[in-house]
Design a protein around this ligand. Structure first.
Ligand code: SAM
Length: 203
């Protein structure tokens, strides 16, 4: 689907989701107050440009590691030909918000979309991405400017196990992992400012 149409749908679905408030209260409720749960979100056009640079192909599987209210996951499913888009989020209240938006999407938007969109799977999983099974992932996105060193280290090991050919877009850090071939850096606008996205391909 054209990015303009995807953005229109996306803006409607997310117009009244108080993401930062949910993140703040979930951090307090769960006691997960460290830097890794610092919140921030993608903006559609910039996300689209960065993801386009790793050329998502028909039938591939997308993962967002640390998916928040699900913006990147939903937009990936709308604007690219992924067969399946999965978000993994540590704070359950954010996962609940993502599933609520997905419920609205399924009820109000999906039935109006072309047949190929009707079949696309979108899923939001509560949990720690460091424990997740990423064996089916073809394109992995993570927006983790504030992830601390130990999380980055854990992620680097996890991403080294992706299947050959899988692509990674990491916003906020670079990896020095031999299994990940560096593709390029891109400037990416987010809702909190400008960041750098590092693009890799699993060797
Ligand atoms: C900067 S936000 C990005 C949200 C979304 N990906 C976006 O770009 O719009 C990072 C998210 O990662 C989550 N997170 C941090 N560590 C995590 C972990 N180990 N497993 C799953 N989610 C995690 C945080 O709670 C937060 O919601």
């Amino acid at each position: 689907m054209e990015i303009a149409r995807a953005t229109e749908i996306f803006d409607r679905l997310y117009s009244s989701v108080p993401a930062y408030e949910i993140a703040q209260s979930e951090k307090k409720r769960t006691g997960k107050l460290d830097a890794s749960t610092t919140y921030g979100e993608i903006v559609p056009q910039a996300f689209y440009e960065v993801l386009s640079a790793v050329t998502p192909r028909e039938g591939e599987v997308f993962y967002d590691l640390g998916s928040g209210t699900g913006k990147a996951t939903l937009l990936a499913a709308l604007a690219f030909p992924f067969r399946r888009s999965v978000g993994i989020e540590l704070l359950p209240g954010l996962g609940d918000a993502a599933r609520q938006v997905l419920g609205q999407f399924d009820a109000q938007v999906r039935p109006q979309l072309p047949a190929d969109h009707q079949q696309r799977q979108i899923e939001f999983i509560d949990g720690d991405f460091l424990q997740a099974d990423l064996s089916e992932a073809d394109v992995v996105f993570a927006h983790g400017t504030c992830y601390p060193h130990e999380v980055i280290h854990g992620l680097a090991m996890k991403l080294a196990e992706l299947r050959p050919g899988a692509r990674v877009v990491f916003v906020g850090h670079t990896f020095d992992t031999p299994e990940l071939g560096f593709l390029r850096m891109m400037k990416m606008r987010t809702d909190w400012g400008s960041a750098l996205a590092a693009l890799y391909q699993r060797r």
